[in-house]
Design a protein around this ligand. Structure first.
Ligand code: NAD
Length: 494
């Protein structure tokens, strides 16, 4: 035999080369999947691709492990460590899956086509075309909400994609170095070193914590002059941060931030943004309101999700979506209401659950199960058709009875496979890193809250993320990044 090495080499070889399927099979339905985020990728991972002609369309040719994105803003983790190339995922599938790096600009519901456009830097002769579908899964996510507040788009950084994190990393260092510029005035130094985060959801809280860690662990050691002026402020319109967590965890977060010297400004709603300051409406303890001007060097905007234009356009085409505001209304099988053979997963779909990675991942896995079952059902139905044909032509009674038994067996199988229930989300818990090696977590299977600091929670948080990380490759890369930062500190080059 080949021995272990041979077997290993063979398995790596076969991983790298999915069975060649030259052209789409006209016998099979075309399943188009939009997006490469949590919903679409978990669908792809579990889908038996040999049952359909599968086409994936996304402007991003990688999956991004978003829970660790805040760590990229400080260089604690390198962005490549949390990216998984989509080609890497696709080559592990049994049948070839086509991938087009493009943005879906319009979904024509009546014509059953998706218009796609190549928005990368290099374009060929064809950069706009259409993709027809029999079945469509929409997993395009959402965009950053700005609520139409003037100046937000022009002046702030978001925290959704890899380039957002890189942008923030550059801006932080730029602010620091500019503050250190010769003869800078004290007021300007103060402004440049004021890091303002708007939005007290998990994104804003985790980023504020990471940034303060960066200052405590590295920045103030490298550049002691900034010590007295570097300051992180978290601004939130509601009376408290992290509204999805329990009171106990909110209190724990607020007191940790106090120790870390991160300022939390609740009941402060940003109304206007300029290039040097924000204007916010502050509600005083006595209920009166006042407008306050807050100067900043870096502004990170993390106020949640808004509907993408391509989704809004599709909603306008479907009468049943008229009353839906926040995204595509779906039924309990994730079918887009009022549309046939169109499903939606993740942040672009409206369900009873918060728009989280966990929900999107489970929705994708559910659709994979549904589609695998549908294909199985189709196959059994075809066999049944064939069996009943042969039965009518059977020569002897014995032969006929044998076929009848076979038919009963298949019918039983059919009933069993058809028994796929509606989508049900199983909440595994929420976890947020709050800086200073502390995390807050509500773990549903422990039916309790964990609000503790110190090495244990830190390790728990780290290992939870490591075990959630997509591939072994990503796990290794992230672990190496953490060790690297421990040994040498973060990289403070811009
Ligand atoms: P979010 O919607 O959870 O929070 C946004 C916050 O911004 C809200 O509290 C809102 O009151 C505030 N806000 C809105 N407009 C404002 C204004 N003009 N001025 C001041 N404050 C304003 O947004 P997010 O944190 O980006 O999270 C989005 C989704 O992703 C949520 O469902 C969240 O649970 C999930 N998520 C989870 C984790 C985690 O579990 N660790 C991490 C990140 C995101």
């Amino acid at each position: 035999g080949l021995g272990l090495t041979g077997a290993l080499a063979y398995s790596i070889y076969s991983l790298r080369h999915p069975e060649e399927q030259i052209e789409p099979d006209p016998e099979k339905k075309t399943l188009v999947i939009l997006g490469t985020g949590w919903g679409s990728v978990s669908l792809l991972k579990k889908l038996d691709t040999e049952n359909y002609n599968v086409i994936v369309v996304s402007p991003r040719n990688y999956f991004l492990f978003t829970p660790l994105l805040p760590s990229c803003t400080t260089g604690l983790i390198e962005h490549r460590s949390i990216m998984e190339p989509i080609r890497n995922i696709l080559r592990q599938k049994k049948a070839t899956v086509k991938f087009f790096e493009a943005e879906a600009t319009k979904i024509d519901y009546e014509k059953r086509v998706v218009y796609i456009s190549d928005d990368s830097e290099i374009k060929g002769d064809i950069s706009h075309t259409e993709v027809p579908f029999d079945m469509l899964v929409i997993g395009v996510g959402a965009e950053n909400a700005t609520f139409g507040i003037p100046g937000v788009r022009e002046n702030s950084c978001f925290l959704k994609e890899v380039n957002d994190a890189q942008n923030i990393r550059k801006r932080v260092m730029d602010c620091v170095e500019t503050a250190m510029f010769k003869d800078q005035t004290p007021d300007e130094v103060k402004r440049l070193l004021h890091m303002v985060v708007v939005g007290g959801g998990p994104t804003g809280v985790e980023f504020a914590g990471e940034l303060q860690d960066f200052f405590n662990d590295d920045l103030k050691k490298w550049i002691p002059e900034i010590q007295d002026n570097f300051h992180v402020t978290l601004v939130e319109a509601l009376p408290n941060v992290l509204p999805m967590f329990s009171k106990q965890l909110i209190d724990y977060t607020e007191s940790t931030f106090k120790e870390e010297e991160i300022t939390i400004r609740t009941k402060t709603m940003v109304k206007n943004v300029t290039d040097k300051y924000i204007e916010a409406e502050v509600t005083n303890p006595d209920g009166t309101k006042a407008i306050e001007t807050i100067p900043y060097g870096l502004l990170v905007w993390a106020t949640g999700n808004a509907v993408r234009p391509v989704i809004r356009d599709l909603m306008d085409q479907i009468p049943a979506q008229k009353n839906s505001r926040r995204g595509l209304a779906v039924n309990e099988y994730l079918v887009v209401n009022g549309a046939e053979n169109i499903w939606a997963v993740g942040d672009c779909a409206i369900t009873n659950y918060a728009p989280t990675a966990q929900v999107a991942g489970q929705e994708g896995a559910f659709l994979a199960r549904l589609f695998n079952t549908m294909a199985k059902t189709d196959a059994i139905e075809k066999e049944l058709q064939h069996l009943s044909n042969t039965q009518s032509q059977a020569k002897s009674n014995d032969e006929r009875n044998e076929i009848l038994d076979e038919i009963r067996e298949r019918q039983k199988q059919l009933r069993r496979t058809k028994q796929i229930g509606p989508f049900q989300y199983s909440h595994q818990g929420s976890l947020a890193y709050i800086g200073k090696e502390r995390a807050v977590a509500d773990i549903s299977w422990l039916s309790g809250n964990i609000a503790s600091g110190g090495t244990l929670t830190y390790l728990f948080w780290r290992s939870a993320y490591l075990s959630m990380c997509f591939s072994t490759r990503n796990r290794v890369l992230v672990a190496v990044d953490w060790i690297k930062a421990r040994l040498f500190g973060r990289d403070v080059s811009r």
